[in-house]
Unconditional design. Structure first.
Length: 390
């Protein structure tokens, strides 16, 4: 019994390490389980010399593995928007990463409003309310793409390769400034340019506590912040893509469903995925008909998980209540067909429906919505309720 008591004391450090690090060390869980069982049995059992040596070895081995697993525990990073950490107006497989993370890590992104300090001030924003980071970027960034969005990133996710899926868990989205704007340009009035030859811009106060926007004295809009643009780099052969039209790489989807608590699934086309995010919206209607939403700066907390060899071809998403498929094309009919076909494929793959039954299910319960009508490529998404699956 004295030997057993000594064994219990010897094994105690390993058992404590097991208790502390089990959740982050599932790769060595069987060894930890063995340690826990030995800790119990040695209190009453017989201890041989061979068992004593094995015990010492296991204790040391578990300690080392626990420390390794603790060091590999998912990390959280902060990525501010600065002249050195943004991609202005493009998605590009040749872009230089500004942050490298591992699968499972989380990043808090600062993102900036899609507008210039000069135009914001001309529309009525006080100079002191214009973010200094926006001024710095406008003053210093010269490497610009054909689009107008200031996107934070790119972030390189280790292990992400072509043919994989990048899961993006949208954990939290916060307002960064107390105002938004809505605007359309002269002759570029969104979906109805012929009706609005003169441009217009409106500054809209935001109330962070009430989570509302004061559109007019008698019009108050509830806020549902989301990022208009989230995506990965396209195929290297595609070169530098304009940040405005969405596509297979996702990008400027302008999908108001992608709020905090939702998950985006993106196909990976280049090593590291090269994820960027921006174009903050405090709210938006489906269609985004005048070409802008409640445009603002946002802070977003996103977690990234790599799924290997999925063969996913097109962006998909998931809310707490719905599955979402998407389609993008210059032609609205083509975009709609793509979104419906993507949902049919999803139902066949995950719910094991036949091709015919999947098509029928989309027709009887799926909602086909115009995501946006104004970004070059039009966007359509299909909402499939989860509660019908038992």
């Amino acid at each position: 019994m004295q030997d057993a008591a000594k064994a219990g004391l010897m094994l105690r450090p390993a058992y404590l390490l097991y208790s502390r690090f089990y959740s982050s060390a599932r790769c060595v869980a069987p060894i930890f389980v063995l340690v826990r069982r030995w800790h119990k049995c040695f209190a009453s059992g017989t201890l041989t010399g061979v068992m004593r040596m094995r015990l010492l070895f296991i204790t040391a081995f578990v300690g080392i593995l626990s420390l390794i697993c603790a060091a590999q525990k998912p990390q959280t990073y902060k990525l501010p928007a600065t002249p050195k950490t943004v991609a202005w107006g493009y998605y590009d497989a040749a872009a230089t990463p500004v942050l490298t993370i591992k699968s499972g890590d989380t990043v808090q992104f600062d993102t900036l409003i899609t507008n210039s300090p000069k135009r914001l001030e001309a529309a009525g924003v006080k100079p002191e309310d214009v973010q200094q980071s926006l001024r710095d970027i406008y003053d210093q960034v010269t490497n610009k793409g054909p689009g107008g969005h200031i996107l934070t990133g790119p972030v390189f996710i280790e292990g992400a390769e072509p043919g994989d899926t990048l899961e993006v868990r949208i954990q939290k989205i916060e307002l960064a400034i107390p105002y938004a704007y809505n605007a359309f340009g002269s002759g570029r009035g969104g979906f109805l340019p012929e009706d609005f030859p003169k441009g217009e811009m409106k500054i809209i106060p935001l109330d962070k506590k009430k989570m509302t926007a004061q559109f007019a004295p008698n019009i108050v809009i509830p806020l549902h912040p989301f990022f208009g643009s989230m995506g990965v780099a396209p195929l290297p052969a595609d070169g530098r893509l304009n940040s405005a039209p969405p596509g297979k790489h996702a990008g400027n989807m302008d999908n108001k469903e992608l709020m905090a608590g939702t998950t985006l699934y993106l196909p990976v086309f280049t090593n590291g995925a090269l994820f960027v995010v921006g174009d903050g919206h405090a709210g938006q209607g489906n269609g985004e008909v005048d070409i802008t939403a409640l445009e603002t700066s946002l802070i977003g907390t996103l977690q990234f998980i790599v799924h290997k060899n999925t063969g996913q071809k097109y962006p998909r998403a998931e809310t707490p209540t719905h599955y979402i498929s998407m389609g993008f094309d210059e032609d609205l009919n083509t975009a709609t067909k793509t979104a419906i076909r993507e949902m049919i494929s999803f139902l066949m793959e995950t719910k094991h429906l036949s091709h015919e039954d999947a098509y029928m299910l989309v027709s009887v319960v799926g909602d086909v919505d115009d995501t946006e009508l104004v970004d070059g490529n039009k966007g359509v998404h299909v909402m499939m309720p989860k509660n019908i699956f038992k």
